[in-house]
Design a protein around this ligand. Sequence first.
Ligand code: ADP
Ligand code: ZN
Length: 429
Amino acid sequence: LGPIAQDLWSSPGTDEKGYFGYSTFRPYQREIIQKVLDGRDCLAVMATGSGKSICYQIPPLVTKKTAVVVSPLLSLMQDQVMSLKQKGVKSEYLGSTQMNSSVSNEAEKGAFDVLYMTPEKAISLPSRFWSNLQAAGICLLAVDEAHCISEWGHDFRMVYKQLHSLRDLLVGVPFVALTATATERSFIRDEVLVMVATIAFGMGIDKPDVRCVIHYGCPKSLESYYQESGRCGRDGLPSVCWLYYQRSDFTKADFYCSEAKNGTQRKAIMDSFMAAQKYCLLATCRRRFLLQYFGEECNTDCGNCDNCTAVKNERDLSKEAFLLLSCIKSCGGRWGLNLPIDVLRGSRAKKIVDNNYDKLQMHGRGKDYSSNWWKALGGLLIAHANSVAVFSLTKEESITKRFDFVCKQMAYYLTAEMIELEEHGSSHH
Ligand code: ADP
Ligand code: ZN
């Protein structure tokens, strides 16, 4: 595409910069245009304003054949035709109700670079029109606002379903479907008040007045959380972020790490995930933690986050932390959290008795707290432990390192979950 496109950018048209006056392609434009020029069909789902139009406006200029564009709205077509004409691109539109036979007569002789038409018009044109136009040369058939084919959206247009009949008429012509998806339209127009989506939705959405972002589950990394939660309040007005997590979210590390190609990547993925976990469990100022994580100097609390506004629950948990960790150590560090916690709570389960763990001095010394409370403490300690040191070590070594690290840090804040467990004895997370 290089030299040809360069010409279109910078030669014939009406100004010295060429037809469009752009200096570079935006993401995916080159790929889509190349696909069309290769004669391939293409579905382009790109955010509103990302520049879908030139994907079907460039190929006719390159091939000197007509691009047929099916578009649902007359006003949209009028705008496009006008702006193309101004750029020196030959363009017209065929509406469904007009009797514009002169336009269609010219059109079928290949007089236009870009020929717009409504879907109704497209399916009602006689096959003679299409065979004539194809003889003159058609470089592509674009279906704009392609989401109109979806019965789920309120933009649904029955006639879009009939467009497939053009396939039989236009053998060998690449079809390009373009959409920003009905839901994105985005939501952007305020017709959708609540959007439930995967993280993929957040990308490219730049809506200034999103008031609330809710994460369901611990994010994959603190970097992505920062970006995703940053989707709200772009207009600077007060907005809220909720983050729901449960401890089982923290077991997804291996899943995320499976994407890693080598040890360095694995460590990077792990570090970011551990930071996200730590953020979940954080009991100090969240803004301060975030800014510091991203390398900004920040020595004051924000006074605004849940932790800043909550009643402080700082308590020295070193005794409990020590008890839990020494129990894990005494059990050989190979049982995870549940069995050592059962030991602390005085269980005489077969596994415990068989291994003589009921003879350990800490057996039964953790009865005052529920097993969920201990699990929450375990989660807290893991989040505070240095993941860097831990993952390059063998299992036995890592337990010892973690133990040393955690024991050096003597004061912990209780997490919201632990407070809840102390007060109500059950977890709502
Ligand atoms: P969409 O149809 O995806 O909503 P448009 O095709 O209307 O987006 O393009 C949005 C804007 O981006 C237009 O003003 C267009 O002129 C501009 N644009 C498109 N491609 C480029 C490019 N490669 N460089 C600079 N501006 C571009
Ligand atoms: Zn704060």
